[in-house]
Design a protein around this ligand. Structure first.
Ligand SMILES: Cc1cc2nc3c(=O)[nH]c(=O)nc-3n(C[C@H](O)[C@H](O)[C@H](O)COP(=O)(O)O)c2cc1C
Length: 180
């Protein structure tokens, strides 16, 4: 297997972060990778707001901890990249039949997977988080209403002792078949 498979295997949800700041170029490179992801009709229905300001980072982290015992680590990452779904412009032939946002959640998911793989490639840890307070984060970052917050991604150098866990995944036979 090639280096891409190795990269996929070394990306994991990192839940222990070092306080070392992340270089701005690395944050930009993560977003650049996401920008290159495919999307329906090349609609690119995404927006990324990276947050490095310590006070804002802590406020955003706190909104991910609304359930007891979940996301305790969210007080550690030095950066959060918030990932928003934007209004998609599809080709008119298609948008006549489908809701304009039909493909958008999948598109944003692909962009996030590019982002996290690029981060792993640069030695950064990430954790995609689906629990957050959208209204609070929207206010803090002044993001307009038409964008929907889909993910908050913790980004930072893995803390001491953080390592790639066993990949707990369904067996291949259960999730696929090859026909022909
Ligand atoms: C949409 C989404 C939401 C997630 N939300 C959280 C979360 O709030 N907190 C957390 O610790 N992990 C969260 N995760 C990480 C998953 O638990 C993790 O990806 C999964 O267990 C597989 O582990 P791995 O990423 O280490 O391979 C989320 C992942 C995704 C894709």
């Amino acid at each position: 297997m090639g280096i891409f498979m190795d990269l996929i295997k070394c990306r994991y949800s990192c839940r222990k972060y070092d306080s070392r700041p992340v270089e701005r170029e690395k944050i930009q490179a993560c977003i650049e990778a996401a920008r290159l992801a495919p999307s329906a009709c090349n609609s690119q229905p995404w927006y990324f707001a990276a947050v490095c300001d310590w006070e804002l980072v802590r406020k955003i982290g706190a909104t991910t901890q609304q359930y007891e015992g979940i996301n305790r680590f969210a007080d550690q990452p030095p950066v959060f990249i918030t990932v928003w779904e934007d209004v998609a412009q599809l080709m008119p032939q298609i948008s006549g039949d489908l809701d304009s946002q039909h493909y958008a959640p999948g598109d944003v998911g692909m962009a996030v997977s590019y982002l996290t793989l690029a981060a792993a490639d640069m030695g950064l840890g990430t954790c995609i988080m689906g629990i957050f307070d959208e209204a609070v984060i929207r206010d803090l970052l002044h993001v307009p209403q038409e964008k929907k917050l889909r993910y908050v991604v913790a980004v930072g150098y893995p803390g001491a002792g953080s390592r790639i866990p066993e990949k707990g995944r369904k067996p291949l036979e259960e999730i696929c078949k090859i026909v022909g």
